[in-house]
Ligand binder design. Structure first.
Ligand code: TTP
Ligand code: MG
Length: 352
């Protein structure tokens, strides 16, 4: 299996530099707040010139000014980044391979069993097309699993192209710090540190049962990854034929009630459209976008075709609970989608 991972470089800042080329070479910071209230907000991203001074996503904007006082500050222009993101994602989908969008500027493509040589050819072509058609830089990673492809991409940034094969994976992983594994945040890093596990090599030499005891099932996943076993798959969210609605919350939140209310509202709208078009559905899916612009999806397939509003809402509520149990990141956008549709009256199956 060959997986291709594409991540745009300093995405929001690169979009701004495209809009205004005079920003090139300057220290550019994109933040959450308007100019007049900027010191109260946080940095969403910074270009590589700014990163040299230690400015990065998530730090308070006032700290960015402490690191470099003459920086150029811009408030994020999300509709513009969304539009650019869509152009890129549509281009990727055009190749006909399964695509999973992982974030506003990241996606994984499952190239199947094409082999590395062909995979590299496709990857280079995609990188060139993105550069030609959007004028934005990106980095591509290739490996035999989604997580390793993401890591190959991350370690080749910016404007890079990284390949890690089965033969190279052990050497690639062993000296990296554990936090280089996607999914290891500061809390897990701290727990591992107590066990004297600092590098991925240390993790691969550790006791999987102890990891399970300390970290739960995630411990086993991390143990597998550290030993070069990557079971993550590319999962497509959008079906050819589906009905979906998504909406940004007024405020980023971890409040289950607020999110459940939004799911109910969206379920109602999705149901109304399906009823109007006379579609029954078999799959219900939800999507969330977090404050850091990464996203996650979850879906459930029923063992029957349904036309029930209550069923969309109930499944939506279960799925969101599962996602929220996995991490407690703030959520900014929620989506509900039904797919595997068939016409309600004729009982003719359109897609499964
Ligand atoms: P990333 O791909 O994580 O970062 P990036 O594209 O800016 O830089 P890199 O070259 O390292 O890939 O995130 C994509 C965009 O998402 C980023 O440009 C801004 C936004 N974002 C936030 O708003 N908050 C965050 O905490 C993060 C990590 C990203
Ligand atoms: Mg990026």
């Amino acid at each position: 299996m060959v997986i291709l991972y594409i991540d745009m470089d300093y995405f929001f800042a690169a979009c701004e530099q495209l809009k205004n080329p005079e920003l090139k070479g300057k220290v550019v910071v994109i933040g959450t707040n308007k100019e007049d209230n900027k010191m109260k907000g946080v940095v969403q991203t910074a270009n590589y010139e700014a990163r040299k001074y230690g400015i990065k996503s998530g730090i308070p904007t006032k700290d960015a000014y402490k690191l470099y006082k003459d920086l150029v500050y811009l408030e994020a222009d999300e509709p513009y980044y969304e539009k650019t993101s869509k152009t890129i994602m549509d281009m990727l989908k055009g190749y006909g391979f399964p695509v999973e969008q992982e974030s506003i500027d990241e996606a994984a493509l499952d190239l199947g069993d094409v082999g590395y040589e062909k995979g590299i050819g496709i990857g280079k072509e995609i990188k060139k097309r993105i550069n030609n058609e959007t004028n934005l830089p990106c980095t591509v990673g290739i490996s035999f699993g989604k997580t390793f492809a993401k890591m190959a991409c991350e370690s080749s940034k910016p404007d890079g192209f990284g390949i890690v094969t089965e033969n190279e994976i052990t050497d690639f992983l062993k000296t990296k710090p554990v936090k280089a594994l996607p999914g290891i945040g500061p809390k897990t890093e701290e727990k591992l540190k107590i066990l004297r596990i600092n590098t991925i090599g240390d993790l691969s030499d550790s006791d999987p049962l102890l990891l399970k005891e300390k970290l739960g099932i995630v411990g086993i996943e991390l143990y597998n990854l550290s030993n070069g076993i990557d079971k993550s798959k590319v999962v497509e969210f959008e079906e050819v034929l589906s009905i979906g609605r998504e909406r940004t919350l007024n405020e980023e939140t971890t409040d289950v009630t607020v999110i459940k209310n939004m799911i109910s509202e969206l379920s109602k709208e999705v149901f109304e459209e399906s009823a109007k078009k006379n579609f029954w559905f078999k799959d219900v899916g939800i999507k969330v976008r977090y404050a850091d612009f990464t996203q996650a999806t979850k879906s459930k397939t029923l063992n029957h075709y349904s036309s029930s509003e209550e069923e969309i809402e109930r499944i939506g509520a279960v799925l969101i609970k599962e996602l929220m149990n996995k991490n407690n990141k703030k959520i900014r956008k929620v989506g509900v989608r039904i797919s595997s549709l068939m016409k309600g009256n004729s009982q003719k199956r359109l897609i499964v």
